[in-house]
Design a binder for this molecule. Structure first.
Ligand code: 73E
Length: 833
């Protein structure tokens, strides 16, 4: 294929095409070239993994072409401020399909691969996704990277290249089993290591005073060990644009492979241990979603990637003749929750100790650099590091934090001379018996902007946990409601719906999602609705066959797919859903001929490995499934499926196939939610509480197209303050009473009446998430859902209206909000001929 007899000139042209050409012929040549030179095989002998890698390398060449040109241009241009998104998690999902969509060559590549004799679907499936996040927070970071690139905002995402991402989940005997996620096993074609840009990160030791050459007394850090950070870059292409950003993830390594001095002294063991310790930093993602566990390694991770990233940004800034005090003019750094909040102190250290700025200048620069997003109100997620641990690991950083705190509290005293309590609440150091460094306070004091992730969440933040900060800095607060990328979550994952939309309103909606509004009239068009219904049923068929293949359960694609997919957590209330299922089941048992609208209940989600109640909930769901799916009386009217291993790949299958989206958290607990948006945008109706972004979704899609139930956030507080007694509800609601007794009867658990007691006891004695208070409202709302489902025409009208009105929830809108209100940055339009 590669031989040509047409002389040097055309040979040159071919070289160029093979790296950058976008038509089918070029893509075919590029794949063959990579098969030969990277994989060492001819097409005839290639495995599906060889083909996947060759296709990916061919695509990466094209992305690089865009990326390198973008950064050459923007780093030099002193008028351009870049965004740096610092996040401990990026839940990227498979790259191949998304990149093909962005470059607008999905069909060309499919044809190229098919004509070479390979199954394109298998090639796509071959990709092992990088699961470098727990859930919503990490996925949001990746949606934002997609939108930044698509809006042509020059940006770098900075994070950690975990060797093991979020564990793979298997279900054994109904219980979750965690399997190590060896995602790098067969290589990662998307990344490029850049060892020449490595940086050193210091830990331990002590600080001391010294005099500089002109006799000025300063402090410095004498660390006890050093770790090397090596960057790995992945291109982040935008949709149908020329510019390309990248994600830079840091891997930790020992500074030398061996510490030869220890080795020569015979301490071989110590030398090897040091190497292992260094490499451990980027080894594994902590699998806890919204639970703070004060592990030293986690603090090391946070400092490691913050320091690497800041050093990297400062190097680029100085290399391009920037002044240290102008750092904020070049970089707008977004702190994705408090995980990178240590960056505030680290930038101060760099500006003071390395760039030798005075405190005032350094602090002004720092405060104009950072902005901070809070993602949760849950008290158990608030990060605070024990002072001793902090001091042992990062003594110079602690010294700087003390100084920031001292100056800040002086300001607080001036502002609130009468109020002693506010001092202790705003202090960066908590002193309640033991002492801690409060990371949220550090983020707040060091940032010029603070935002919540949905209207209600921002309001509650301002009213509760950050209330004192509002008194101090009222102008720092913003709401930026989360969003999702329509490229991955509609164009790529729901091709049927995408085609239908494009056929009727043109093909610019993935960039301008508000254009979906043009679909509104079609909600009353019988022909359109029929096609819409067919797309949905086809998506449900695809999911049904995957369910059958993977877990052997046969489900009926024309039943209602009632779906709850998200991390398993008590506040998300998967057990409320279970109470509903058992209510239906007991209705059937007491009257086998009762009319029940056929439903398939689908659950999907991981539990933190150390979260006992969440793991027991998975067991409960599976036990209910076992019973219901095999009960003759049920006659397949209800089915319960727990699908193992929720990840982005699987998520892309589920959203397009859902009819009903369960968003049933206790009001005031879910900061935003983003799954809720993915479902509604794909035409599922929501049953939900007034929590997080549900509120705004309901506003947009129309109250009549949303199944609302439950207490509001303020009612939740009120009920709790008024001696809430779940037992009273239990005693007085017959259906609930029967369901709880049924769970404890042993029927679900081989006669073991105690297995699920932790769950039922928790509900009956305390019920912190108010399941029982919401139960009657939830059940009657579900009855309305079932009634509505009977009228398929009405249901489809509602579903089309949901799609048509979800434009607000594109992550492009969120990123535009950040650009205009917080970062003050503008697009940079790269031209590539
Ligand atoms: O409501 C979601 C929100 O949509 C929230 O629970 C989640 O962030 C999403 C994106 O804004 C979230 N995850 C975490 N905190 N909030 C978290 C905390 C610690 C570790 C990992 C994740």
């Amino acid at each position: 294929f590669l031989i040509n007899n047409q002389g040097l000139e055309s040979g040159k042209m071919k070289m160029c095409n093979i790296r950058t050409g976008l038509d089918k012929a070029c893509l075919k040549e590029a794949i063959i070239d990579h098969l030969f030179y990277k994989q060492g095989c001819e097409p005839e002998g290639a495995s599906i993994n060889d083909v996947y890698l060759a296709v990916s390398y061919a695509l990466r060449d094209r992305l690089l072409h865009h990326g390198l040109k973008t950064f050459d241009a923007v780093l030099e241009d002193e008028d351009i401020r870049l965004v740096s998104y610092l996040s401990a998690e990026f839940l990227m999902g498979p790259q191949l399909g998304a990149n093909l969509i962005d470059l607008n060559i999905f069909d060309e590549m499919r044809q190229a691969v098919t004509e070479l004799g390979f199954d394109f679907k298998l090639v796509l499936e071959q990709e092992e996704e990088p699961g470098l996040g727990n859930g919503g927070l990490g996925r949001l970071a990746s949606c934002y990277m997609d939108s930044l690139a698509s809006l042509e905002i020059p940006a770098i995402g900075y994070g950690i290249r975990y060797e093991f991402g979020i564990f793979d989940q298997e279900i054994k005997d109904g219980w979750q089993v965690e399997i190590t996620d060896k995602w790098l096993r067969y290589g990662n074609p998307w990344e490029i290591a850049r060892p020449e840009s490595s940086v050193n990160v210091y830990f331990g030791g002590y600080t001391e005073q010294y005099s500089n050459e002109i006799g000025k007394v300063l402090r410095r850090w004498v660390p006890s060990y050093v770790v090397k950070g090596i960057p790995y870059d992945t291109s982040e292409m935008g949709y149908k644009v020329a510019s390309c950003n990248f994600l830079r993830l840091w891997k930790s390594e020992a500074i030398e492979s061996f510490d030869f001095s220890s080795f020569n002294h015979g301490d071989y063991y110590k030398a090897v241990m040091d190497k292992i310790e260094s490499e451990n930093i980027s080894k594994i993602l902590y699998p806890n979603d919204e639970l703070y566990v004060g592990k030293q390694l986690r603090l090391k991770q946070q400092y490691f990637f913050s320091s690497c990233s800041l050093q990297d940004m400062m190097r680029m800034h100085l290399e391009n003749q920037g002044k240290p005090q102008d750092f904020h003019k070049k970089w707008a750094i977004q702190l994705n929750d408090t995980h990178p909040a240590i960056s505030v102190a680290e930038l101060m250290r760099i500006l003071l100790d390395e760039c030798k700025l005075d405190w005032k200048t350094a602090w002004e620069t720092t405060q104009q650099t950072f902005s901070y997003t809070n993602h949760t109100l849950l008290p158990e997620a608030l990060e605070k590091w024990p002072l001793d641990l902090f001091k042992a690991l990062l003594p110079r950083l602690l010294e700087i934090i003390y100084e920031i705190n001292y100056r800040f509290l002086e300001e607080v005293k001036r502002r609130f001379p009468e109020d002693n309590n506010i001092l202790s609440r705003l202090s960066l150091i908590e002193e309640t018996g033991s002492s801690y460094v409060r990371m949220a306070n550090l983020a707040c004091v060091g940032s010029y902007a603070i935002n919540g992730v949905a209207s209600l969440h921002t309001e509650l933040l301002k009213k509760n946990i950050l209330n004192d900060w509002v008194s101090m800095y009222p102008d720092k607060f913003y709401n930026i409601t989360n969003g999702i990328t329509p490229r991955r979550f509609v164009v790529l994952s729901n091709p049927g719906l995408s085609k239908l939309i494009t056929k009727n309103i043109g093909d610019t909606w993935p960039q301008y999602l508000n254009e979906l509004k043009k679909l509104e009239p079609f909600a009353y068009d019988a022909n359109f609705k029929e096609q819409f219904r067919q797309v949905k049923i086809e998506n449900k068929r695809i999911l049904s066959s995957v369910i059958k293949d993977r877990i052997g359960i046969v489900v009926n694609p024309s039943s209602m797919f009632d779906v709850q997919v998200k991390r398993i957590h008590e506040y998300k209330r998967q057990h409320l859903n279970v109470l509903h299922i058992l209510t239906l089941y007991l209705r059937i048992k007491s009257n086998p001929d009762i009319e029940i609208q056929p439903r398939t209940f689908i659950f999907w989600g991981k539990a933190a490995p150390g979260y006992f109640m969440a793991k027991l909930l998975i067991k409960l769901i599976n036990s209910v499934g076992n019973l219901v799916n095999n009960d003759f009386d049920v006659r397949d009217r209800i089915k319960v499926v727990f699908f193992p291993d929720f990840n982005v790949k699987n998520a892309q299958l589920i959203y397009p196939a859902a009819d009903l989206s369960e968003q049933i958290s206790t009001s005031g607990k879910e900061a935003s939610g983003t799954g809720n948006m993915k479902f509604a945008l794909n035409g599922a109706l929501t049953i939900g509480t007034l929590d997080g972004a549900n509120i705004e979704i309901r506003e947009e899609v129309g109250y009549e197209n949303f199944f609302l139930f439950g207490l509001t956030a303020s009612q939740v507080i009120e009920v709790k303050q008024n001696n809430y007694d779940p037992r009273f509800i239990y005693e007085n609601n017959m259906e609930l009473n029967a369901v709880i007794k049924f769970i404890n009867s042993g029927i679900l658990s081989n006669g073991d009446r105690n297995l699920f007691k932790p769950i039922t006891d928790n509900l009956l004695y305390g019920d912190p998430y108010l399941l029982l208070a919401d139960y009657p409202l939830y059940i009657s709302c579900q009855d309305i859902v079932a009634e509505t489902w009977k009228d398929k025409d009405k249901w489809n009208t509602m579903a089309v209206l949901n799609v048509a009105r979800m434009g607000k929830f594109s992550s492009d809108r969120s990123i535009n909000d950040y650009c205009e209100n917080i970062w003050k940055v503008k697009p940079f339009k790269l031209k590539i001929e």
